[in-house]
Design a protein around this ligand. Structure first.
Ligand SMILES: Cc1cc2nc3c(=O)[nH]c(=O)nc-3n(C[C@H](O)[C@H](O)[C@H](O)COP(=O)(O)OP(=O)(O)OC[C@H]3O[C@@H](n4cnc5c(N)ncnc54)[C@H](O)[C@@H]3O)c2cc1C
Length: 503
């Protein structure tokens, strides 16, 4: 049997690292506080309805599939996927509502942008070309590698690559340079919110997200996104790994700068290697006790860092079907700038923008016959920024606002009366359930100074045998990117065992 590795957390990062290490010959056991795998990729199954709690949009499908291929499996036997076309509907509030259907068929897109005039059409193509170039650099030189040493970034070659990323300038200012039309600018920059960053001050590099959607498509997995977590757990167990559910890790135990294992309840589980998938800032504050091992990530430093926004999500079982809507629908607030400002300054949101996901449009088995599953998400302040607290009144206030906005859409006038099942996740729930620090659902915000070599890395700096993976570590948030973090984490551990020459 190979050397033992224990993994704290069966989120996507933990599963990705665990499968790779088990496959490479280690003997891996995961300790997860929840009763099912996936972390934020959780699932609610009640009264015949199935909801994904967190992620819903599949981008970069090959990254999802690669882990199954690595283990000699056909991904279609585990996570059958279909490409969505159209990808989504965008509704701009106003009188009248402006409605766009966004596909990723180039002739249709050109018709849409040419209708806005030649400057917008040319700007759209320039935007795609510019972001494609930056994406190639980001993927080859930043997303797929660790920054273990200062020399990994501070060398002439990498500094030139970093310049090519052109990280300066905000996402929406960059779009304004390409396209004068405000609707187009917003339709191609709100996606920074997918990783909890405001388009008004998030680095323009994150405009690669809509480019990836447009050029590579968005996909869905049969049974919803949680299927990915379930099937990764299945694969992990098939290749000999073990998962302990309902097992809350209390401490990462280390002495003399070397990890000894983890403490679960009052038991010490000894292991020469520990991979921590619990959110990095939470883990540094709550699981690691020694100031020497924390290094620069003291509790004070953790509190002074920038966090992504959080999410408020309503899960509704709804009577009827809604064929005029897509699987993914975005309602952009008539007071969009104010909406963004409030999310990031913590004031109460007057007019929220809403993401309405209806998984039953592609997979009717996720609701009883003739009914639909609705998932309505508001990007909202994380707990450290919010100037209000979460209680029944806060939930009611936002529920009313969401219903008010959605019932203005054609065909949803009777939504309120059609709800037959309801659950809600607030930022407090994301904190309680998954230990997401400050309920920030996408972890540390990927500001310039919290990205790449400045972001927490896979290998702990001051503790041998301890590694991190997950959205607050490099390369960042979003399912495929976190899968990548799990890959880097496994590679870093193997690299240490083999000496610094691995790959
Ligand atoms: C509402 C929402 C919508 C999203 N939408 C998308 C989307 O459409 N597409 C996309 O790609 N991404 C999306 N994301 C982001 C994506 O879900 C995350 O980036 C990713 O799932 C994070 O994975 P992780 O492994 O870093 O963390 P987590 O999922 O948080 O995993 C950490 C795991 O550790 C466990 N844990 C924590 N502490 C302990 C402890 N002490 N002991 C034992 N176990 C512990 C937790 O229970 C959890 O299972 C969304 C996220 C949210 C919340």
């Amino acid at each position: 049997m190979g050397k033992k590795v224990v993994v704290v957390g069966a989120g996507i990062g933990g599963l990705s690292a665990a499968i790779r290490l088990q496959h490479a010959g280690y003997s891996v056991e995961i300790y997860e506080k929840q009763s099912i795998p996936g972390g934020k990729m959780h699932q609610i199954r009640e009264q015949g309805f199935t909801f994904d709690v967190g992620p819903t949009i599949v981008m970069m499908p090959s990254i999802y599939q690669d882990i199954f291929r690595l283990c000699g499996r056909d991904p279609d036997d585990y996570i059958p996927m279909t490409r969505l076309d159209p990808m989504y509907e965008v509704f701009f509030e106003g009188d009248p509502i402006r409605h766009y259907t966004i596909g990723n068929n180039l002739p249709d897109l050109m018709r849409m942008v040419e209708a806005k005039g030649p400057r917008n059409a040319k700007g759209f193509l320039d935007y795609l070309s510019e972001m494609y170039t930056r994406y190639q650099v980001a993927y080859q030189h930043f997303i797929t590698r660790p920054f273990r040493h200062r020399r990994d970034i501070y060398n002439p070659y990498m500094l030139v690559q970093a310049m090519k990323l052109k990280t300066f300038g905000s996402a929406d200012r960059m779009m304004a340079k390409f396209m004068p039309d405000k609707d187009l600018q917003r339709m191609l920059s709100f996606q920074t919110l997918y990783i909890g960053v405001s388009p008004t001050n998030g680095p323009s590099l994150y405009n690669i997200i809509p480019m990836i959607e447009l050029l590579y498509g968005i996909w869905c997995i049969k049974g919803g996104m949680h299927t990915m977590a379930e099937q990764m757990a299945r694969l992990f167990e098939e290749i000999g790994g073990k998962i302990h559910y309902n097992a809350q890790v209390r401490k990462i135990v280390a002495t003399d700068g070397r990890v000894q294992g983890i403490q679960v309840d009052d038991r010490l589980i000894e292991s020469p290697y520990v991979v921590c998938n619990a959110d990095f800032p939470y883990a540094m504050k709550e699981l690691v006790e020694s100031p020497r091992i924390r290094g620069k990530y003291s509790p004070k430093k953790i509190d002074s860092m920038d966090y992504s926004c959080s999410c408020l999500v309503f899960y509704w079982g709804v009577k009827g079907t809604y064929d005029h809507l897509s699987t993914h629908n975005f309602v952009i607030s008539s007071q969009y700038d104010d909406n963004l400002r409030s999310i990031f300054d913590g004031s109460e949101i007057e007019h929220p923008s809403i993401y309405l996901h209806i998984p039953t449009q592609t997979d009717p088995s996720m609701a009883p016959q003739g009914q639909s599953a609705f998932y309505a998400l508001l990007p909202i302040s994380e707990l450290g920024t919010a100037k209000y607290s979460w209680n029944e009144q806060t939930v009611k206030l936002y529920r009313d606002k969401v219903l008010q906005a959605l019932t203005r859409l054609p065909g949803l006038e009777n939504l309120k009366e059609s709800i037959v099942f309801e659950r809600v996740f607030t930022p407090e729930d994301f904190k309680q359930e998954f230990n997401a620090y400050r309920g920030a659902t996408f972890g540390l915000q990927p500001t310039l100074l919290q990205s790449n070599h400045w972001r927490p890395q896979a290998k702990a700096k001051h503790c041998e045998g301890l590694y991190f993976t997950g959205s607050s570590t490099h390369p960042g948030a979003g399912v495929p990117i976190v899968m990548q973090s799990g890959k880097i984490c496994a590679e870093e551990l193997r690299r240490d065992e083999k000496g610094d020459s691995f790959e």
